[in-house]
Design a protein around this ligand. Structure first.
Ligand code: ATP
Length: 247
């Protein structure tokens, strides 16, 4: 469904992604993990058209995304849940959700938009309860749900998420990741960038580990979870051994 080949991304003269290749098949949940600054957000932004200074290939459903702007990419079927949620705080929860469908109003899909709105409120009942209130008054977890709901309002075939668990309490993280599992079960393809590597690998079909702009490891979620290097670098293996040793 998505093929990224030999991608190199630039911020001025600095190359932040140095020849990355990844693929996402229809129906998969793929995670990108790696330390701060390893290039995860840069990769997602390039796929979603928010960064255009890249070389290489990004192909989605057989079509190159080179030169496409973000609205065109949304229309093609990719939605982003951005890092830090980026909800429109003074606007109501309902208006935030409707904005997610901005590429569809021109196509007069009003009835379908209403149906999708009802489905999203079914998925996140709290958004229905808070529909009229300013989005900025929601809790962090509720704002994350809103950001996901807003992205879903575009009816994506590929949902890209940039660190949805950031700043959330463990229970809320679990809730958000459960939602992703449900969306995948309903047929959505998911590309998940996460700092919370253990939680992401547990639900992922496959994962890629990025380090300073390169893929250094890839494999199934299960294999990466048990990989010694991944454990040492990203999953806090030393602590685990410490506690197991005491246990
Ligand atoms: P984090 O988890 O902290 O968001 P990340 O893995 O998503 O990290 P990126 O944000 O993609 O990493 O950053 C990759 C590299 O590009 C880093 O070295 C970063 O300093 C650099 N970088 C990111 N944004 C810019 C920018 N606007 N201008 C210059 N360099 C940037």
């Amino acid at each position: 469904m998505l093929h990224v080949k030999n991608l190199r991304c630039y911020y001025g003269r600095i190359m932040a992604i140095k020849g990355v290749s990844i693929s996402v098949r229809r129906g998969e949940l793929i995670t990108l993990i790696g330390a701060n600054g390893s290039g995860k957000s840069t990769l997602l932004m390039s796929i979603c058209g928010l960064l255009s200074t890249w070389k290489g290939e990004i192909v989605f459903e057989e079509a190159s995304l080179k030169g496409m702007d973000p609205p065109a990419i949304v229309r093609k079927g990719i939605s982003l849940v951005p890092e830090g949620r980026q909800i429109f705080a003074p606007m109501s929860v309902l208006d935030n959700l409707k904005l997610g469908a901005y590429t569809r109003y021109r196509r007069k899909e009003h009835r379908e938009i209403e149906r999708d709105l009802a489905e999203i409120i079914d998925l996140f009942p709290i958004l229905g309860e808070r529909a009229g209130q300013p989005a900025g008054t929601l809790s962090g977890g509720e704002q994350q749900m809103l950001a996901i709901g807003r992205a879903l309002m575009a009816r994506p075939r590929l949902l890209a998420l940039d660190e949805p668990s950031m700043g959330l309490a463990p229970l809320m993280v679990e809730k958000i990741l459960d939602i992703l599992v449900r969306l995948k079960a309903d047929g959505l393809t998911i590309l998940l960038v996460e700092q919370n590597a253990r939680a992401a690998l547990k639900i992922a079909d496959r994962g890629y580990v990025l380090e300073t702009g390169k893929v250094v490891l890839q494999g199934t979620g299960f294999d990466l979870l048990s990989d010694v290097e991944v454990k040492r670098a990203y999953l806090g293996k030393d602590y685990e051994e410490f506690y197991e040793g005491r246990g």
